[in-house]
Write a protein that binds this ligand. Structure first.
Ligand code: SF4
Length: 345
């Protein structure tokens, strides 16, 4: 891209954002790094419409980063439940603690400083620095990779870190001299609303005149990423045991280990096969609930549920578990499919 086109690209994105971009999202029109950071973390892998409610609830409960730092991880996970990718919630909590304990409750004011915090990668750090501190620094999240990959007809395979570094360099070259915050928002808006993955709306796109991918005829060829995730399949059995008593029902929950899928969340006791699940409640009358299919990044999870009501507790049944009153279940960080199962049963 020539020097003139580089200058035009930045100005075009800025002008388009001013007239046609998004301006009313609750995390816009603020320079508070706590709010911007919270939205950036929630928006990784998650749609705006899903994030809106979670964002408001987090801010109502923890208005400042120091409030979030003072919460327990269990409280944060419970509030996060349903947003998925729970490592983000753990990093969120870790980051809030680091800001409170190492930085006196203030986020560092540069992308380089922000990047030292847990869970804040290069692109998120750049977005916070551009929006809150006006730093002239490039972002390169998934949407922006797509827009720039197409505009530049960038043929490098982004599965390789060398190619990704080259795209970072190009992203930095394209930065306008001024209005970096609006430019950053404009790139995000273009990726979210115009340059979609499968059917980019090139006729409406402000950078169409300088988009090499579109001029070549098939912009969806870009960006190139060859590595395919090999998806697996897993199957497990949940045992939903509900203890009936005068005080109402109580459900047996187990906490997942601190690492791995659904780390730290609470679920029904889980077994590798049906026989093991049945053996855990010998003689119990077990009803079979409809199976659940849950897609995670690396595998599809088929979850079967066997349900029983008990009036007493047999030895060993509660090993490693906790009885939780039904009305208190919402206080626990439950994975989304379990939350739905309980709500619907
Ligand atoms: Fe994307 Fe089309 Fe715009 Fe190029 S012209 S950036 S492919 S929407």
């Amino acid at each position: 891209m020539s020097e003139t086109l580089i200058a035009d690209f930045g100005k075009t994105v800025v002008a388009w954002q001013r007239r046609h971009g998004r301006h009313t999202l609750p995390w816009q029109n603020t320079r508070d790094p706590y709010r911007v950071w919270l939205s950036e973390v929630m928006l990784q892998q998650t749609q705006v419409t899903t994030v809106l409610g979670y964002y408001e609830r987090f801010l109502t409960r923890w208005p400042k980063v120091t409030d979030l730092a003072a919460a327990t991880l269990d409280e944060v996970l419970a509030q996060w439940a349903g947003l998925g990718y729970y490592s983000r919630a753990r990093n969120l909590h870790g980051c809030a603690k680091a800001v409170a304990e190492l930085h006196g409750g203030e986020f560092p004011a540069t992308a380089a400083g922000l990047q030292t915090l847990p869970g804040i990668g290069r692109s998120t750090a750049a977005a916070i620095a551009a929006f809150c501190f006006g730093e002239r620094v490039a972002i390169l999240d998934g949407n922006v990779k797509r827009v720039l990959g197409r505009v530049l007809a960038f043929g490098g395979d982004l599965a390789s870190s060398a190619a990704e570094k080259r795209l970072w360099d190009r992203a930095s070259e394209l930065l306008p001299e001024q209005d970096v915050d609006r430019y950053t928002q404009g790139l995000m808006d273009l990726g979210a609303t115009v340059c979609s993955t499968r059917s980019p709306d090139c006729l409406l796109c402000p950078v169409q005149p300088m988009c090499r991918g579109q001029h070549e005829g098939d912009p969806t060829r870009y960006p190139v990423k060859t590595r395919k995730l090999k998806r697996g399949r897993r199957e497990n059995w949940w045992l939903w045991v509900e203890k009936k008593g005068e005080a109402g029902g109580q459900v047996l929950l187990h906490q997942r280990p601190a690492t791995g899928v659904w780390a730290g969340l609470w679920t029904l006791p889980m077994f590798d096969d049906e026989a093991s699940a049945r053996a855990a409640l010998p003689g119990g009358e077990l009803a079979t609930l409809p199976r659940i299919q849950h897609a995670l990044t690396h595998f599809d999870w088929v979850l079967h549920t066997l349900r029983a009501e008990v009036h007493g507790v047999t030895a060993g049944m509660t090993d490693g578990g906790t009885w939780v009153a039904r009305e208190k279940l919402s206080l626990y960080a439950l994975p989304a499919p379990l939350k739905k199962l309980i709500e619907e049963s």
